[in-house]
Design a protein around this ligand. Structure first.
Ligand SMILES: [Zn+2]
Length: 239
């Protein structure tokens, strides 16, 4: 594992990803905290907002479920369930509205058979495998070529790279899916009379902060792939 945990990896990959990840998550938390203090003018709870938007958008087959955790809200396309964290479900804030509307944005994507969303769901197993096994296979291939001097190790490393590329592809598709859900969210809030114009700004800020986390995840995946590619191909040149 000496190649994996070297200084180059730490300085050029792990550190920037850590720093950006920290900035992204604190931005989301700060914005969420700020707008969870701002009561929405309608006084609607997250669940009320969800019911109103779902019926307005004709999504009567979606069930609402309250789950544990903070900002763990999600939409599950397999069971057509809108999972809302307790704070969001009971909250009557602008933040809660924005989160609910974003997740219903995903429900709407699902309902309309949005291609990128289907593609993304299909890529989940490959991306999971790629993020776990990809780097290990690259390292194994590199060690093999160092110790045996055979070209076989190089091909193993390239196979590891291709596997990890599934993670990049997954993030590449995730980002537009998320941005689209947030665009739909703002429209749903406005169309269903849930949000007042002066609250739009807050919802938009919330969704913008959330969007940044997806850009960071994409950047991190690309950076990691480039790093491993430089190990594989840099190593080859010096042969
Ligand atoms: Zn989302």
């Amino acid at each position: 594992m000496f190649l994996y945990w070297n200084w180059g990896y730490f300085l050029y990959v792990a550190l920037p990803i850590m720093v950006l990840g920290f900035i992204a998550s604190s931005w989301v938390k700060r914005t969420y905290q700020r707008y969870s203090q701002v009561r929405n003018a309608n006084g609607l709870s997250g669940v009320d907002v969800a019911r109103r938007i779902l019926s307005g958008a004709g999504l009567s087959d979606v069930t609402i479920q309250v789950i544990d955790g903070e900002l763990s809200d999600n939409y599950d396309p397999r069971t057509k369930t809108l999972n809302l964290s307790r704070d969001v479900a009971t909250g009557t804030s602008v933040a809660a509205e924005a989160v609910v509307a974003h997740e219903i944005g995903h429900a709407l994507q699902d309902h309309q058979g949005f291609f990128a969303m289907r593609l993304r769901s299909g890529l989940v197993p490959a991306a999971n495998l790629g993020s776990q096994a990809g780097p290990l296979i690259v390292i194994a291939g590199l060690l093999l070529s160092v110790f045996t001097g055979s070209v076989f190790g190089f091909y193993v490393a390239v196979a590891g790279l291709l596997l990890f590329a599934a993670v990049v592809l997954f993030q590449l598709i995730t980002t537009p899916v998320e941005l689209d859900a947030s665009r739909r969210a703002l429209r749903l809030l406005a169309e269903n009379g849930v949000i007042y114009p002066e609250e739009q700004q807050g919802a938009r800020r919330m969704l913008r902060a959330a969007a940044f986390t997806y850009w960071v995840a994409l950047f991190g995946a690309v950076l990691t792939l480039l790093y491993y590619a430089s190990l594989v191909f840099g190593n080859r040149r010096s042969d």
